[in-house]
Design a protein around this ligand. Sequence first.
Ligand code: GRF
Length: 242
Amino acid sequence: MSEKPTEDEAMDKIEASRKAYAQARKQNSRARTAQDPLKIAVLISGNGTNLQAILDAIDAGDLPVEVVLVLSSRPDAYGLKRAAKAGVPMMSLDRETYKNPQVADDIIATECKQHGAEYIVMAGYMRLLGADVLDSFPDHVLNIHPALLPSFRGAHAIKDAFDAGVKVTGVTVHFANASYDKGAIIAQCPVAVREDDTQDTLEARIHETEHVLYPWVLKHIAAGDVTLNTETGKVHIDNADE
Ligand code: GRF
């Protein structure tokens, strides 16, 4: 007969299992299908070409994801037209609302939850999300950044990289946290800077790369391939060559 564990031993066991859980959190527990899609809310502020790339990948049957809400930080964002065309529920907030960021965050968290979103996907969303949203979707908020983080953080990453004369820049998809462009990196794709590039031609290739990388990351999250180690802040992706 095995001996009853002491209180200390029991506590150690609980701590160990808490750590193991915290260390390796699968971002999605079951492989999703078109009949059981991963539900996402997409946050935009402008053109919405990344939103479009996601919608196109869903349409093509390549991505078992459902966009349950498009939320814009600007009522005039062109991306809202893309959402309307796709028949996706949408809403926008205005400057007035953002005067109190807490109010905006509360609306965002509530709306995303009410629409059943499992993930918040920022695609050109030009506002910082606060604790209300991040705590409501812990490690379930994604962002795309047009540079190879941690280089060239901020709102002018393409210009900054071009002006710095780097030979390689690229695109990063990462988890969002309370600091701009600082969460755990999920995936990156390099883009070479050519001798004859202008900022515009470089930007066009970066956008093309974004439109492939974001759906690719979502596909792997939907497949249950993505694990975040919350202790090291590193992300592992199974089947990353697919
Ligand atoms: C993208 O370059 C994205 O990386 C950055 O904002 C841009 C949004 O483009 N955060 P779009 O609205 O998806 O066309």
